[in-house]
Write a protein that binds this ligand. Structure first.
Ligand code: NAD
Length: 382
């Protein structure tokens, strides 16, 4: 998501604002040191402020191509100038003992290169979603982590977020009855004049426009809500090629995943629609509605039975602090890797299958390649 939603999260609803007020505070000593690579909207709006809410992750270094910006942010966070790197001297992080984890917050097409360089430098990597722009890059990242014997975690904040976890647990408990249908709607407006969207609207740099940016939450969400992998997908797209935003990427995509259990997941994404990140799980007896369900905050979860609706109270957290703390725990051997590179790769392969079906006029594409997630977030995350 981009700034439109992050602004709502930061300024509108409190958690981010509290984090921002911590600018200038001394970092806690000790803890697992993170280098943040790429100081764009997400890094400045959410991730760097989020360290103030972390228990055991701390900001240790910044990597940027803009020295003025990097030095200003470093000064605000009491980091020495030696903690500021650029893309040319990036590999020198190998010799910096303050850095345990490298958090990749760059445009998607740069994720693979910087992940692999960080792993070669002996660091663990937390990489933003989508993991990469191609399946082969995602595979190369996983292979590099294995060779380096370092952890690779994909920054899927919803795997660690209380509302999404509560929805997973309710589905797992059987209280809805057998899950029949999952519906995910992950859409927003895009703006070609915003540099942060310009690369998202370029197929090479984003790996898939709205699908790679927003739709991925529905691809991943259907899987973790059902705790099952789709065996087949059919998809269709509606894209106005006269709109300058959609020269190389699709706009509106709707897909249908089929699961061996008989469940169906209908997903949709667009870069030309009113902001929404919502999902629904319809069981035989009850249904869950999360609307919104994946914003930074301000989410709501409801359970419907017949015509009556009950809101399920879920506490709000700083989702970025939570995932960075989780990564710190993984590095210290205190927590399992819930969203490893393999999870990112599965979503890359499924998004590729969606685009393949779009390109074949909605033909069914098999996704039955036998993947099973290693750790169920519903069971692993408190
Ligand atoms: P952004 O465009 O605002 O920031 C990207 C940063 O990378 C900028 O500071 C830019 O200067 C820098 N950069 C370095 N080399 C570049 C190059 N060759 N071309 C373009 N920029 C270059 O993007 P963002 O919104 O901060 O997104 C960054 C990443 O975070 C993306 O992978 C995105 O999918 C992800 N993201 C995740 C969430 C989430 O909720 N988990 C939300 C927003 C973004």
């Amino acid at each position: 998501m981009k700034d439109r939603i992050s602004r709502r999260g930061v300024i509108g609803l409190g958690v981010g604002a509290a984090a921002l007020s911590a600018v200038g505070r001394t970092q806690p000593s000790g803890g697992v040191g993170f280098a943040v690579v790429g100081l764009g909207k997400l890094a400045q709006g959410q991730i760097i402020p989020g360290f103030a809410n972390c228990r055991n992750a701390r900001l240790a270094a910044l990597v940027s191509g803009h020295p003025e910006k990097a030095n200003r942010i470093a000064a605000e966070h009491r980091l020495p100038s030696s903690a500021v790197y650029n893309y040319d001297n990036f590999d020198r992080i190998a010799a910096d003992p303050e850095i345990d984890v490298v958090y990749i917050v760059l445009p998607n097409f740069l994720h693979a290169e910087y992940t692999i360089r960080a792993l070669k430098a002996g660091k663990h990597v937390l990489c933003e979603k989508p993991m990469a722009t191609t399946v082969s890059d995602a595979e190369a990242m996983i292979a590099a982590a294995k060779v380096a014997n370092r952890k690779l975690m994909i920054a899927y904040r919803c795997h660690y977020e209380p509302l999404n976890l509560e929805a997973m647990r309710r589905v797992r408990s059987g209280s809805l009855g057998k899950p029949r249908l999952v519906i995910t709607k992950m859409v927003r407006q895009s703006d070609l004049s915003d540099p942060s969207d310009a690369w998202r609207l370029d197929m090479h740099q984003s790996g898939g426009g709205a699908l790679a940016d927003m739709g991925i939450y529905g691809v991943s969400g259907a899987r973790y809500l059902l705790d099952e992998e789709p065996v087949e997908v059919r998809a269709t797209a509606r894209t106005n090629r006269n709109d300058p935003r959609f020269k190389t990427v699709e706009d509106l995509i709707a897909w249908e995943f089929r699961f061996a259990s008989g469940a169906i997941a209908q997903g949709s994404t667009s870069f030309d629609a009113a902001d929404e990140m919502a999902f629904e799980v319809i069981g035989q007896h009850k249904r869950l509605v999360a609307d919104p369900g994946c914003f930074y905050n301000g989410n709501h979860l409801y359970q419907w039975q017949g015509g009556s609706r009950a809101e399920i109270a879920v506490h709000e957290i700083d989702q970025f602090a939570r995932e960075m703390d989780w990564m710190a725990d993984v590095v210290r051997g205190r927590a399992p890797l819930v969203s490893p590179g393999e999870e990112g790769l599965q979503d890359m392969r499924l998004m590729h299958a969606i685009l393949e079906s779009v390109g074949r006029d909605g033909a069914a594409v098999s996704t039955n390649w036998g993947y099973r997630r290693a750790v169920d977030p519903a069971m692993a995350v408190a």
